[in-house]
Design a protein around this ligand. Structure first.
Ligand SMILES: NC(=O)c1ccc[n+]([C@@H]2O[C@H](COP(=O)([O-])OP(=O)(O)OC[C@H]3O[C@@H](n4cnc5c(N)ncnc54)[C@H](O)[C@@H]3O)[C@@H](O)[C@H]2O)c1
Length: 269
């Protein structure tokens, strides 16, 4: 069997990091099609990585590819899952907030026999959360700690007149459930969504957000209690080398999912 043919939906930073990994690493996959609402982004990606791929609309991309990678925006996720189902292609969804908004998409894909790969992204410990769900989870809390500058302009801070300027010690700026947190802090949407989807859902998963002047990187700590016992998982994220606004681990996680899909595809499992 030949290389797995990938269709990229969205040609921004994550698409770049996946394209780079495919050129630098021995992953049995190749990009054959791309789509983007901004055609110049698609053209730039093809030029930058010398991809022998076509710029297509979503339907034609789903037809041409063996595996679809959504790395665009949450609002496109329903269309991508629909195209995956119609064309019988597995896919990776990076914009997990889009799935949180419409969780029935996961069941629809499962019923259609489509594998939706959901990355762990910028957190770790989701394997433990998934396993713990089998025995019952009582409590899951995400504590995200960021340098204050990384939180400036968040809708919740603006609406509630909370200033993070000149902090001399850590300040808890939000405590609530994931469903509210993703609206209040859109920049945190994928981490809260990944944890919610792996565990007890957005209405029970607790989120604490801390502006910490002593923090040099963004960190995410998961604490969970259940029949299994208790777990704590801490991730301290360095920014991506090519995109300071994004965690490096998010791209690495996307590349790991693509590599896993490619080796499963090529070995036919
Ligand atoms: N799961 C995670 O842990 C994780 C981590 C980081 C980013 N993400 C998500 O992955 C997605 C991509 O991230 P990125 O850093 O590459 O973003 P980016 O802004 O660098 O690139 C997104 C690209 O998608 C294009 N796009 C926007 N709307 C589109 C649409 N409707 N159809 C087709 N293309 C469209 C944009 O023009 C842009 O080229 C975002 O939704 C982001 O929130 C997820």
């Amino acid at each position: 069997m030949g290389k797995m043919k990938i269709g990229l939906v969205g040609c921004g930073n994550i698409a770049s990091d996946i394209s780079r990994a495919l050129t630098e690493k021995n992953i049995p996959a190749t990009v054959v099609a791309v789509t983007d609402i901004d055609r110049s982004q698609a053209e730039a990606l093809l030029n930058r990585y010398k991809l022998n791929a076509s710029i297509l609309d979503l339907e034609a991309l789903a037809e041409a590819a063996d595996f679809i990678v959504e790395c665009a925006v949450g609002s496109v996720v329903p269309d991508v899952v629909h195209a995956s189902i119609v064309h019988g292609k597995d896919c990776l969804i990076m914009s997990l907030g889009g799935l949180l908004a419409d969780p029935q998409l996961i069941d629809r894909a499962r019923l259609a026999g489509i594998t939706l790969r959901l990355p762990s992204g910028a957190v770790c410990g989701l394997d433990g959360i998934r396993a713990a769900m089998q025995g019952g989870l009582d409590e899951v809390t995400l504590t995200t700690r960021k340098p204050p500058a990384g939180l400036k302009g968040a809708p919740y801070l603006v609406e509630n007149n909370i200033s993070v300027d000149g902090l001399t010690e850590a300040l808890v700026v939000f405590e609530g459930f994931a469903r509210e947190a993703v609206r209040a802090f859109p920049a945190n949407v994928n981490v809260a969504a990944a944890l919610s989807l792996a565990g007890i859902g957005p209405d029970k998963t607790r989120v604490r957000l801390i502006a910490d002047p002593a923090a040099t990187v963004n960190s995410h700590e998961i604490h969970a209690v259940g029949a299994f016992g208790e777990m704590t998982a801490l991730m301290r994220n360095e920014p991506s080398p090519r995109n300071p606004k994004s965690s490096y681990m998010a791209s690495l996680s996307a590349c790991a999912e693509v590599a896993a899909a490619a080796s499963a595809f090529v070995s036919g499992t």
